[in-house]
Write a protein that binds this ligand. Structure first.
Ligand code: IPE
Ligand code: IPE
Ligand code: MG
Ligand code: MG
Ligand code: MG
Length: 322
């Protein structure tokens, strides 16, 4: 039974998004000192009075800002904020952690859109980063976000106990790397124009999408030093929800519009991607996502009404049009 209204849920997501974006803007601002560190190149080969400038970090930061501050549903940050609230974790620590996770997510989207991967030109209703800044800047902006995420998590702002910070760093690295998102992305590319079983697709999607959802939700438990059993329940909820979320992403690719989703549609079929929608068909995939959401919510039964936003979020991810 979900008690949070859809309007109240959107308001709660907005509140997290505002704090998240303020902090991201701060972290991605160009430091004052950089204006005095502009490097002049090849002065000897230039005409008198002519210099060229290498902006370096400023260019990467600008590209990072373009992607990080271009909207997005902010579902992973919301998961972190909700789970943190279950264990009395401070808002500041939750948002700081959420920024690190959203940086990883944003980097994954930038690289996912590259010509060597999904070769997409539209993201969040705007040209993809490599279309706006070029491929090299897009690769480096992704690299910049990935490394920045761990720099943020190493800071005492996250938690005064270094063991907690290490736990979080380990969990996020595992979820993002070759045993998580990166491994899943590789499988996704290898599976183009190949027939996979339902179980194989579920494994692929768990790695590509589910693990980042799981760590986003577990993060509140890590910060709050929650018992392993509670962390596992939060992970179980987020893995089921993450799979339902990816099924919905794949359904929107078939049934959604470019205007609503802010992405090109029909791209999975064109690329020959193996998805649960392609093997089960639209109707069965939709029913499956509904069952996954019921299962996801059932994992939250030990938490009282403090978990209502997580319950409402689960319902939202499969009803969304964006
Ligand atoms: C898109 O994720 C990539 C997938 C895992 C399907 P989101 O749909 O959460 O992307 P934004 O952040 O809202 O743009
Ligand atoms: C991308 O999945 C998943 C990650 C970025 C890890 P998709 O390729 O389906 O995502 P969209 O449809 O481009 O957002
Ligand atoms: Mg992809
Ligand atoms: Mg893609
Ligand atoms: Mg997709």
């Amino acid at each position: 039974m979900v008690h949070t209204s859809p309007e109240a849920l959107q308001e709660a997501i907005q509140k997290v998004s505002r704090s998240l974006e303020d902090r991201m803007a701060e972290l991605l601002s160009v430091p004052e000192r950089s204006s005095s560190t502009v490097i002049s190149m090849n002065k000897t080969s230039k005409q008198d009075g002519e210099t060229s400038h290498v902006r370096g970090a400023d260019t990467v930061l600008e590209a990072m800002r373009y992607s990080a501050l271009s909207g997005g549903k902010r579902l992973r940050p919301f998961l972190t904020a909700c789970s943190a609230s279950l264990f009395g974790v401070s808002w500041e620590a939750a948002i700081e952690t959420a920024v690190a996770i959203e940086f990883i997510h944003t980097y994954s989207l930038i690289h996912d859109d590259l010509p060597a991967m999904d070769n997409d030109d539209l993201r969040r209703g705007k040209p993809t980063l490599h279309k706006a800044y070029g491929e090299a800047a897009a690769i480096l902006a992704g690299d910049g976000m990935l490394t920045y995420a761990f720099q943020i998590l190493a800071s005492p702002k996250i938690h005064s106990d270094a063991a907690v910070r290490c736990d979080l760093i380990n969990a996020l690295a595992t979820a993002s790397g070759c045993w998580g998102m990166v491994g899943g992305q590789m499988m996704d590319l290898e599976a183009e124009n190949v027939t996979l079983s339902v179980d194989e697709i579920i494994r692929l999607q768990r790695l590509k999408t589910g693990e980042l959802f799981a760590v986003s939700c577990e993060a509140g438990g890590i910060l709050g030093k929650a018992p392993g059993m509670m962390r596992n329940l939060l992970r179980a909820y987020a893995l089921d929800m993450g799979l339902a979320f990816q099924i919905t992403d794949d359904l929107l690719d078939v049934e959604g519009t470019r205007t609503e989703t802010g992405k090109n549609v029909n791209k999975d079929k064109i690329a020959g991607k193996a998805t649960l929608v392609s093997v089960m068909g639209v109707e069965r995939a939709r029913e499956h996502s509904q069952r996954l959401i019921e299962q996801a919510i059932s994992h939250l039964s030990v938490f009282d009404k403090k978990a209502d936003n997580l319950r409402a979020l689960a319902e939202f991810v499969i009803s969304r049009k964006v």
